[in-house]
Design a protein around this ligand. Sequence first.
Ligand SMILES: Nc1nc2c(c(=O)[nH]1)N[C@H]1C(S)=C(S)[C@@H](COP(=O)(O)OP(=O)(O)OC[C@H]3O[C@@H](n4cnc5c(=O)[nH]c(N)nc54)[C@H](O)[C@@H]3O)O[C@H]1N2
Ligand SMILES: Nc1nc2c(c(=O)[nH]1)N[C@H]1C(S)=C(S)[C@@H](COP(=O)(O)OP(=O)(O)OC[C@H]3O[C@@H](n4cnc5c(=O)[nH]c(N)nc54)[C@H](O)[C@@H]3O)O[C@H]1N2
Ligand code: SF4
Ligand SMILES: [Mo]
Length: 678
Amino acid sequence: MPKVLVPTVCPYCAAGCGFFIAVEKERATGIEYMPAHPASEGALCSKGNAALEVLYHEDRLIHPLKRKGDSWTRISWEEALDLVARGIHGAMKERGPDVVGFLSSSKCTNEENYLIQKLARSLGSANIDNCARLCHAPSVVGLNRTLGAAGMTNPIADLANSKCIFVIGSNLAENHPVISRWIHKAKDAGAVVIVADPRLTHTSWMADVLLQLKPGTDVALLNGMAHVIIKEGLQDDLYISKCTSGYEALAEDLKDYTPEKVSEITGVPAGEIIRAARSFAISPASAVVYSMGITQHTTGTDNVQAVANLALICGHVGRPGTGVLPLRGQNNVQGACDMGALAEFYPGYRRADDPETIRFFSRAWNSTGLPAGRGLTATEMICAAASGEVKAMYIVGEDPANSDPSSNFTRDALENLDFLVVQDIFMTATAQLADVVLPAAAWAEKEGTYTSTERRVQWSHKAIEPPGDARSDLDIVCNLAQRLGLDFSYAGAADVLAEINSLVPAYGGITRERLGDFGLVWPCPTAEHPGTPILHSQGFKLKDGRASLGPVKYRPAAEDASWEYPLVLTTGRVTVHHNAGSMTRRSPSLIEREPDLFVEINMADAAKLRIADGDEVTITTPRGETTANARLTDSVKRGVVFMPFHFPGTNILTADVTDPEARIPEFKVSACRIARRN
Ligand SMILES: Nc1nc2c(c(=O)[nH]1)N[C@H]1C(S)=C(S)[C@@H](COP(=O)(O)OP(=O)(O)OC[C@H]3O[C@@H](n4cnc5c(=O)[nH]c(N)nc54)[C@H](O)[C@@H]3O)O[C@H]1N2
Ligand SMILES: Nc1nc2c(c(=O)[nH]1)N[C@H]1C(S)=C(S)[C@@H](COP(=O)(O)OP(=O)(O)OC[C@H]3O[C@@H](n4cnc5c(=O)[nH]c(N)nc54)[C@H](O)[C@@H]3O)O[C@H]1N2
Ligand code: SF4
Ligand SMILES: [Mo]
């Protein structure tokens, strides 16, 4: 049989790189590059190149399983779906629909996410969320408020047109490597790169100006830069008066944030703050790129607003080479949010607390009893499970036992449930706590659309059959909905997409027929519309078409170093692993490069603690303790330590304190102490 090349989208990060899967005799035998792809131009990072390694892994879930004491029994789909339907129905019958929580998956397609939130809400539960809660929830709140839309404003490739790129709280060289190629192109053409990060990362090697701030002090830094810009008259007065509101109050508030005061808070020399501010304001086209270093704080929403303020006062929005670029994380976290797998929003960001939303979807879905008002967020569902208010959960493609903060608390909460069903491609730590485990097909084994960080909606084709009895999430959700008495009779992903086209205005013209090689960029409201790569070039979808500026006060992080916990732990990622690691820890070429959990410690701190490179150490916070190998470095500041969260253990340490509005946990700041193990 000849080799067939099947076009698909990388299943790891939201860069949305395309590649072909070579299929021979019904097996995926290799990857071929896609040089014409507009975002990746044929490039893939280490994870993309290794993507096929997980498909045939011996640990793949291939049968539905039911718990029997401490072991698992293989069961049929019939029995599994019956058990799940009974578990969900049982909990709801006794105590009402709100005792069931649903986590949808930003690893799944738009069509699957759309159906999972439709299932939850059709059953009457408002509790639907996805891992965006742990990731870009502050962007959804903060950017909707300031710019009227939460998406990345400009396309990935447009970074090459920028003359100044300010990367704050993003290690894109490791975490969005293919996007960092475009920054290199801009730099080759003379662009200035500013990087703000408490660590010296691979990304900081690109920096012309490096701002190594203390974790959790971004509002002060951003306000300090805005202060300098206004004091030196470098703001764009014409843009401010034509396109924004609220400038006077902002300018008044910024008077406090002198470079000297900000330097004291952030630890960044005043001269560097001034240099960064001037470079950003003066350049004809500046872009701000940000990610988890900005969002994963109790001040996440404030941080995002301070970023938007900075871009707006300089008029760096709505043109090529400019913009506010929140780099999304998971391959389809943008789409999961667009599809309404969020506690506050129905599909298309229609507010759950707006009666018109409920009327609209009741009519569209021919449904009575849709829940009105905001549901519990992912983090709140775990607390409600702990307190017994949530009795059952259906978790699709997410591993909260490892990825939520305060793992001991999270695991206890999940164990406290009367009924837990987990649908994944591997037996994760979360699945190990379940009553029923459902085996899902991986991306290459199903079809549908994924929306990348640049709002590009791409169709990914099915290349191979799923292993054993595994089924696509779409099929499982439809089968389950039917058991629960709902009419989910869809012919496949294209059929679901047609429903999305009719209900989500930004996706109105993104029909299956039009999704050629590289998809379409939303908003794309009609079948003739070409898509909208750059947002806000014709004003903002807010009052009077203006962006909304507003003062943001600096507040310190919830925890700081103390006598008992003298170090600040910040957590994040390394290039060869992905999130909680269920896929990359099973990928031979990746795990070989980074096999164990480590903690980076500044050399001087390590010397004081008598810790040598490679020593096994214990890291302790009020939540618990974990062990890791010490890695001595001068890339973290004194007083700061760093751990990746790709191995179980890291999140035992983090706190479940959250941003008051976006409810994101403060993964980036925990006070800790470290000691060598004997
Ligand atoms: N290799 C790899 N790539 C990934 C992922 C992965 O797990 N591995 N996950 C994907 C996902 S889901 C996401 S959300 C993205 C995340 O991508 P990133 O946001 O780049 O990931 P992080 O490493 O969590 O954090 C980014 C940087 O923030 C810095 N930082 C920590 N605290 C602060 C602070 O207070 N202020 C500032 N300014 N910076 C701070 C960290 O030192 C780190 O360098 O990556 C996606 N891509
Ligand atoms: N300490 C600390 N914790 C963090 C962060 C941090 O920076 N520091 N970052 C947070 C962020 S930004 C995020 S996004 C979260 C991520 O948290 P999670 O979403 O829990 O992370 P993943 O490990 O990517 O989990 C995705 C799961 O989906 C499964 N999967 C893959 N493909 C499919 C599919 O097609 N169908 C189904 N059903 N399952 C599939 C995978 O096997 C995996 O178990 O972690 C958060 N946790
Ligand atoms: S940059 Fe992201 S989408 Fe591209 S190959 Fe790497 S992990 Fe996949
Ligand atoms: Mo994320």
